[in-house]
Every structure is written in C-alpha cells, then in structure tokens.
Write a protein that binds this ligand. Structure first.
Ligand code: SF4
Length: 149
C-alpha cells in the first residue's frame, strides 16, 4: 500500500477531504484504464484491492493501492462523440490536445501525478473534431488542456 506522502501533500489532503463524499479516487496520469478496471470490478461485485492507482475508504480507513503507470495512448483516448446525444453532451464537446504541466510550483502536486507533458498528434485531434461535427449535437468545443491559458 502507498503512503500518502508518495502522491504529494496537496493531493493527499484533497483525498482526505473527500472522505464521506466520494467512494473512489483515481490518481494516475491518464486514468482511463484504471477507471475501466474499477468499473469491471464493481460490475462483477469483486474486490477493488488489486485495482492500481486507486484510493478509497473502507470502514472509515483510507486505502491507497499501489501505483502503476498506464499504457494508455493519448492519441487514441477520446470519446466517440458521434454516438452521444445532446441529452448527454448538452451540446458541448471537451477536447484535450495536451496533458501535463511543464512547471513545478511548490504548492501544487499536479506535476507529481502527471510527470510529463504529452501532446496529441494533429491527426488524432482532427479525427476527434470530425466526430464532434458528425454528431450534429456539438455546438461548442472546450479545450481542457493543462497548458492552455
Ligand atoms: S503551473 Fe499550475 S498546474 Fe503547473 S505546477 Fe504550477 S500550479 Fe501546478
């Protein structure tokens, strides 16, 4: 099991403050595969102790499962916007052209969780924009990049 210090103080305090409000917190640079693993376990009603990169409370005690870097590909991790209705998207598409922060502010633990800056390939981004356009329901695109200000 991880110690709280290993994920940085701001993040560990954040997780501690979530006690009673959320069941699980994923702490991984990407998180999609961890989420998939968690959902499978919950669907099977099986133990989440072997789901990497997961924090959770059990009987009031915080557990931090071991970390393991995901193999996810930032160029392939985007939604099939063309399959989502306006009821789900509310007309807004969220895109990410990069992930990670190049700075190392002392009060922030984001760079401890996301250690590298990764940029998506332009073709991948164009494909996502095409799917949004094809959906017919996306009216606004919001870029959620860590590096856009
Ligand atoms: S620039 Fe922002 S995200 Fe990056 S380390 Fe500083 S506070 Fe954190």
């Amino acid at each position: 099991m991880l110690h709280l210090d290993e994920i940085g103080n701001p993040t560990s305090h954040f997780i501690e403050h979530l006690k009673g409000y959320v069941n699980y917190v994923i702490f991984e640079e990407r998180g999609e595969l961890t989420l998939l693993d968690l959902l499978k376990k919950l669907k099977e009603d099986s133990d989440v102790r072997d789901v990497k990169n997961l924090a959770y409370y059990s009987n009031g005690k915080l557990f931090l499962n071991p970390r393991e870097k995901e193999d996810g590909d930032i160029n392939r991790s985007f939604l099939r916007w063309d399959t989502l209705s306006t009821d789900i998207t509310n007309g807004i598409g969220y895109a990410l052209s990069s992930q990670g922060c190049a700075y190392r502010c002392k009060f922030c633990s984001f760079h401890l969780l996301v250690k590298e800056v990764n940029y998506r390939e332009i073709d991948s981004l164009k494909e996502e924009m095409r799917l949004m356009a094809k959906s017919g329901s996306i009216e606004t695109v919001v870029f959620n990049d860590d590096n856009l200000a």
